[in-house]
Ligand binder design. Structure first.
Ligand SMILES: [Zn+2]
Length: 95
C-alpha cells in the first residue's frame, strides 16, 4: 500500500504503542509521537500595555509555555501547514 508520508505522520518507528497526550485546543487524546509540541514564551500582560512598559524600561516577565496540539488543531492554528506531495516526501523531519 502506498504511503502518504514516510513516517506515516508519526515519530514512532517500530515501537508498538506510545502514551497519549491531550490536545490543548480541543481536548482530543492523541499519541505523544503524533502530537505537535509547541514551546513559546507567553506574556501575562496585555501586548499593547507591555509594549508601552518596555519602552519605559520595565522588564516584563514572559513564561515559557509548552502546548500539545492534535494535527487538525495544529493546521487550524497555522503551527504546521499542509504540504504538497513532493515536500512531504523530501522532508526528513517529523512530518
Ligand atoms: Zn485538537
Amino acid at each position: 500500500m502506498p504511503k502518504k508520508r514516510k513516517s506515516r505522520g508519526r515519530n514512532k518507528g517500530s515501537k508498538g504503542q506510545s502514551s497519549r497526550v491531550q490536545c490543548d485546543a480541543c481536548g482530543a487524546w492523541v499519541p505523544r509521537d503524533k502530537a505537535i509540541k509547541v514551546t513559546k514564551p507567553v506574556s501575562i500582560v496585555d501586548p499593547q500595555l507591555a509594549r508601552e512598559l518596555t519602552k519605559q524600561g520595565a522588564f516584563i516577565y514572559r513564561r515559557i509555555v509548552t502546548k500539545n496540539y492534535c494535527i487538525s488543531c495544529a493546521i487550524y492554528q497555522r503551527v504546521v501547514k499542509v504540504r504538497s506531495k513532493g515536500e512531504r516526501k523530501t522532508a526528513s523531519d517529523l512530518r
